[in-house]
Design a protein around this ligand. Sequence first.
Ligand SMILES: NC(=O)c1ccc[n+]([C@@H]2O[C@H](COP(=O)([O-])OP(=O)(O)OC[C@H]3O[C@@H](n4cnc5c(N)ncnc54)[C@H](OP(=O)(O)O)[C@@H]3O)[C@@H](O)[C@H]2O)c1
Length: 314
Amino acid sequence: MKAIRFDRFGGPEELKLVEMPDPEPGPGDVLIEVHAVSVVPGDWKLRKGLLTGMFPVRPPKVPGRDGAGIVRAVGADVSGFAPGDRVCFTCQHVDQGSYARLAARPADDVVPMPEGFGFIEAAAVMHAGVCAWIAVVETAGVRAGDRVLVHAAAGAIGGMAVQLCKHLGAEVTGTCSARNRDHVAALGCDRIVPYDEVAFESEVSGLDVVIDLVGGGVHNRSYGVLRPGGMLVWLIAEPFEDRSAGLDIEVRQAMILDNREILSAVVGLAEAGHLRPLVSRVLPLDRAAEAHRILEAGENTRGRLVLDTQRLAS
Ligand SMILES: NC(=O)c1ccc[n+]([C@@H]2O[C@H](COP(=O)([O-])OP(=O)(O)OC[C@H]3O[C@@H](n4cnc5c(N)ncnc54)[C@H](OP(=O)(O)O)[C@@H]3O)[C@@H](O)[C@H]2O)c1
């Protein structure tokens, strides 16, 4: 099969289109013909060797944290899937990933695609939706009436988090660059703070929850906008200093541990129209290096850049 692989840590040029043996599904696995895969920030950070402390990955490595495609075969112990089913799935960073024409995934990491979705849209909601679900529902426990600030609301996960918070009945403020104001408004944000024009601290205060997808100085400044007893939920982005000691603020990491229930919840919400897929751009499989350059330069915005794995530019 064709796949994108890096054989050593380094720049985007390390991503090469290679021919690899087709994966063999084990008894509990589903073999998927992959049609679309999200390119996520963790993919380039991993390729650069920045995440080895967290994920003990050694090249050669096929990146890719999720995907959508068609079931080609199922292992002997798998029930509920059959060849021809349209599915989406997640991979872990420590596994061989999904920048490939085929992927063998444990059945627990596979769910039916949202009804009415194409492969590109299905891939775009998978990892982003799962991260948003874990941050907003599992970690923060956002409820109707909560006042929530979502940082990086124009990003892939932020866009899903805004939609999820609105679905749960929260009042949502989102930060984004001024050029993305209309995009974030269309996601349902009640209030938008353009971070390149205004400091969010001057616009909001007394909040119940902050979802921080930026880290660094944004994390440090977020304590001040929470009410006593409020919660600051973070995903690993820029490093920051936990300053919660002595403050009546709970700081929690959203631990991104996928499971079938979460994948199914995300698919259900997408199918019901509560999570609109956000696709910034689509590139063919062999332009994965360009995709990484775009993300690494901070030039991707308004959703997921998705690779069309069945298409090649050359
Ligand atoms: N295991 C984990 O902990 C885990 C899992 C998934 C993701 N993450 C991390 O979570 C972060 C977000 O992921 P993603 O996939 O949503 O990224 P993304 O789609 O690349 O979004 C990044 C967004 O950040 C926004 N941004 C940059 N600086 C900002 C600031 N000062 N204030 C507000 N927004 C700002 C940008 O908004 P504009 O475009 O408007 O400038 C951009 O849209 C990444 O750093 C990723 O590595 C961690």
